[in-house]
Design a protein around this ligand. Structure first.
Ligand SMILES: *[C@@H]1O[C@H](CO)[C@@H](O)[C@H](O)[C@H]1NC(C)=O
Ligand SMILES: *[C@@H]1O[C@H](CO)[C@@H](O)[C@H](O)[C@H]1NC(C)=O
Length: 257
């Protein structure tokens, strides 16, 4: 039973890996600035850790099934996860999920989640769910709107939530002059009702480390760049439950030589 399940699991993972959007893909050109006025709750919060470790967990569980074929208990599986990664955190997240669901369901869920870490961590009850949440942009500014090439551009935004937000994601995409798609996703923790600020900084300096044989290298030519930012419940664009688009904002900036 587990052997056939593992085979199905493998097929699905391999089949899905090529097509699904990589969660929290990061362009090295876009950074999230931590705004100093946001007070962090000091309590231990496993949710961001779970979301950030999810890809590693999928990868290691996959490797274990490849190597061992059959794993008979959650304890055994998650011990192997911890042993092979040297990470108590991954072992813990594995154990929480696997004990909660049972081994068979756990493996099925990892397969079904097709790389949507937020959904996974919500089903594990590690991340909070809020399906009545909302968020609307109150302001959105791209500064400066005109700059010399190789400048830094700030995207400042404020959004308001009346009902609070679910565990989600903010995605920025930039339509570039040389048509190379640029985008980054950032994790958003579930929030209470309130007003929240974010700042993203775009560095319009071509990356000297970028290797054109490994992928396209953004050149940051002179011209106008369009920016779109999405605020989402869950992973933007995911077909899993607890997913919604809260709001969209658009802006642009122009680079000159
Ligand atoms: C806030 O939540 C209530 C239910 O609790 C819902 O009826 C309402 O539509 C929500 N408001 C927004 C702005 O989503
Ligand atoms: C930005 O948007 C404007 C207006 O929608 C469009 O004409 C222009 O081609 C866009 N720029 C890029 C780089 O896609």
């Amino acid at each position: 039973m587990y052997r056939s399940l593992a085979a199905v699991f493998l097929l699905l993972i391999v089949g899905v890996a090529g097509t699904s959007r990589i969660a929290f893909q990061q362009s090295s050109h876009i950074q999230r600035a931590v705004l100093p006025h946001i007070m962090k709750d000091v309590r231990l919060d496993w949710c961001p850790q779970c979301v950030n470790s999810f890809d590693d967990l999928v990868q290691i569980v996959l490797d274990i099934i490849l190597q061992y074929g059959v794993v008979d208990t959650c304890g055994h599986l998650c011990e192997l996860v911890e042993e092979k990664t040297g990470s108590g955190l991954l072992g813990f997240i594995c154990t929480m999920g696997c004990d909660f669901l049972g081994l068979e369901e756990f493996v099925k869920l990892i397969e079904k989640a097709d790389i949507d870490p937020i959904y996974y961590c919500e089903v594990m009850k590690i991340c909070p769910i809020n399906d009545n949440g909302d968020a609307k942009f109150k302001s959105f500014a791209v500064l400066p709107p005109r700059a010399q090439t190789e400048s830094k551009i700030a995207v400042d935004m404020v959004y308001v939530s009346k009902n609070g937000t679910g565990t989600g994601e903010m995605i920025i995409t930039i339509q570039t002059v040389d048509k190379i798609p640029l985008s980054s996703g950032f994790f958003l923790e579930a929030q209470k009702p309130g007003t929240y600020g974010e700042r993203l900084v775009i560095d319009t300096t071509p990356d000297p480390e970028c290797d054109p044989t490994q992928g396209e290298c953004e050149q940051w030519l002179a011209g106008t760049y369009n920016i779109t930012v999405l605020l989402c419940n869950g992973q933007c664009g995911s077909h899993h439950p607890h997913t919604a688009l809260y709001d969209t904002a658009r802006g642009s900036f122009t680079l000159y030589e």
